[in-house]
Ligand binder design. Sequence first.
Ligand code: ADP
Length: 227
Amino acid sequence: LENAVIKAERLAILGQLAAGMVHEIRNPLTVIGGFMQLLQKLLDGNPKEKYIHIILAELKHVNNLISEFLQLAKPGCSRRAPCSIEKLIKDVVMLVESEAYLRKLEIDLAVTGGIPPVMGDGEQLKQVFLNFIKNSFDALSPGGKLVLETAWDRREGFVRIVFKDNGAGMDEETLKSIFNPFFTTKENGTGLGMFINKKIIDNHGGRIEIQSEQGKGTTVTVLLPAI
Ligand code: ADP
């Protein structure tokens, strides 16, 4: 037990160090980005401008990684309160509606009331739902559809939240690696979304089930214990 405590303490310290490091890295990155934009203006029309373009794109990628990493390194002092899943889902859908419209994707909100609340950190849960929705968007082509459903499994005492897309789906290798940190099949992906989602849902005493078929689509089911 003593060993476990020492290990946990060491991990906590490492986590704090990592979060601090990430902040320290972000500041010079912001300066680099600023001067790069300045250079880009100076090189306006010059064929060499494309190099700056590449640098800025890579900077953006590093910044995305850092943002997601910070999310992860945040200490586990999450604020728990009874959360209405219906409300959380509707809040998140509002955030992505314009993007869905621009990308010609349909969101079918089959979220019903009469579902008991779950005990959790609403902000973290919204982050999780947003990550799932964004992944579905990335898998969908114009005209595609994402169905969001909620249900109450009274017998098991679980609230069920289902994200069902008719997008590209995944092969078995992808499905196996989906929760690994930094695993991504996207050119600009960070591979942290699913890893973070699993951590948060685990912390809430829930679980994630994924079914996927290439060319058909993906169904993600989140189960959270009802109050
Ligand atoms: P990222 O989105 O940055 O790639 P994630 O951890 O969120 O990182 O996802 C990891 C990978 O899982 C994605 O790159 C993608 O290949 C796959 N994936 C996740 N959700 C879906 C989905 N709904 N449909 C198809 N593939 C998905």
